[in-house]
Ligand binder design. Structure first.
Ligand SMILES: [Zn+2]
Length: 429
């Protein structure tokens, strides 16, 4: 039967599993599933995190540690192994950059919607080795309803015994947050947020020394600093409602009972914590602690909660196990875990790494972030050596992991040279 991985971009665990927002659809889903209340992503941005979920490898080990890297999935990855077995698979993603850099490597073809846009205007600008890169049209996104409709239609057309695999990615809770007006109104009212302010958002952020991580927010407007976090919560509620509709329709396709369905997030979101407003920077829990809810075939262990630390690398091996496959990754299948594991995370800009064990968290920064604007010294100061005081062996363990990764020479520099050649070949540089 099917294996369906659903990722809610920027979905914080405390919001989706806790009291952050009402999530009736996910609450009902949890009645049929296992909730992993302490799941951690292994990095803070989208593409590397998704590749970890599909390979079981930490970013430095799978080699993609930025959002601007275009390389094929390795033969050992789950989609590649499924392709070799002839398993139907496809990805339903909500941004064109993720479709271009990942989706078309999972499905057999590029999503027609994104393909129709590709190449007309630049959507992705990046510097690789100081050279400008431009690809496709910028920042095209699709609402959850549309993406889930496409996934439903595709799954409905595949016989359950063919055991299809699909990755579904929902982007509404990523800046600039998007949600129906009615839900935004409800969230503003629930949090008693007065939209208007007598000062610009930029001035309010400066006063609180907050770094705004997304350039598309309305910084010049006289709008309350609480406005965007409320829209973020409304976006999560919209996603929850659409997931509810999706689950009903999925049950009608005959895929539900014996399927593995995992709902998680690629990373979380800072809404003002640790100096970051509306972005996913640094490796604190707001960014790294993600929800993980897994419905196993036959509803095994339904309505239970696992409260020890697990990670996406562990989840990846569980998804592979659904097909009787093994990923030679950094994780252990969730079903085989009887206690928590040390969970490693690395920052996409490679200036931080963290390790979590039980309730302890150790975060190490070894240089300031390279391009985080005027507040970067503050960010560095805050995160220099921090986290909750943990077991004494966490710092040397983290040093050893980082040293090991650096020795493996899987860092961005080496990969970027490969990308550079590919992009040059495609005429993007
Ligand atoms: Zn993301």
């Amino acid at each position: 039967m099917a294996c369906i991985l659903i990722t809610i971009d920027c979905g914080r665990a405390d919001h989706l599993l806790g009291d952050g927002v009402p999530t009736p659809s996910l609450d009902a889903f949890r009645e049929e599933a296992v909730t992993y209340s302490r799941c951690y992503s292994h990095t803070n941005i989208t593409l590397p995190s998704h590749r970890t979920m599909l390979t079981g490898l930490w970013p430095s080990r799978h080699g993609v540690i930025s959002n601007f890297v275009d390389v094929p999935l390795p033969d050992e990855s789950l989609p590649s192994q499924l392709a070799a077995k002839g398993v139907p698979r496809d990805a339903f993603l909500s941004t064109n950059f993720l479709e271009l850099l990942l989706g078309r490597r999972i499905g057999d073809t590029m999503d027609p919607f994104f393909k129709s846009l590709d190449g007309s205007e630049p959507f992705l600008k990046a510097k690789i080795h100081g050279m400008k890169v431009r690809m496709g049209r910028r920042d095209v996104r699709r609402k959850a309803a549309k993406t889930l409709n496409l996934a439903t239609r595709w799954l409905g057309g595949v016989a359950p015994e063919r055991e299809p695999f699909s990755l579904i990615h929902l982007f509404d809770a990523h800046t600039p947050y998007e949600a129906p007006e009615g839900l935004i109104e409800e969230e503003l009212s629930r949090a008693a947020v007065k939209v208007e302010s007598d000062r610009s958002l930029k001035e309010q952020l400066e006063e609180k020394e907050l770094f705004c991580a997304h350039p598309q927010l309305r910084l010049k407007e006289k709008i309350s600093i609480d406005y965007h976090p409320a829209v973020y919560r409304a976006a999560l509620r919209y996603i929850d409602a659409e997931l509810g509709r999706f689950f009903v329709r999925l049950k009608a396709t005959g895929h539900w009972d014996r399927s593995t369905i995992a709902v998680t997030a690629d990373h979380g979101e800072n809404l003002g914590e640790h100096g970051v407003y509306c972005g996913h920077q640094l490796l604190f829990d707001e960014t790294i602690h993600v929800p993980l809810i897994v419905k196993y075939p036959g509803g095994a262990n339904a309505s239970t909660t696992v409260d020890f630390a697990v990670g996406h690398a562990d989840m990846a091996r569980s998804l592979a196990a659904h097909y009787g496959l093994t990923l030679a990754g950094d994780g252990i299948p969730l079903e085989k875990l009887e206690s928590g594991r040390d969970q490693f995370a690395e920052h996409a800009k490679r200036f931080q790494a963290s390790l979590r064990r039980d309730s302890a968290c150790y975060i190490r920064s070894w240089r300031p972030p390279p391009s985080d604007g005027s507040l970067r010294s503050k960010l560095f100061e805050q995160t220099g050596w921090t986290g909750k005081k943990g077991p004494e062996d966490l710092p040397p363990l983290l040093d050893a992991i980082v040293e090991d990764l650096e020795k493996a020479e899987m860092a961005a520099e080496g990969v970027d040279r490969e990308v550079e050649a590919q992009l040059r070949g495609l005429g993007y540089m």
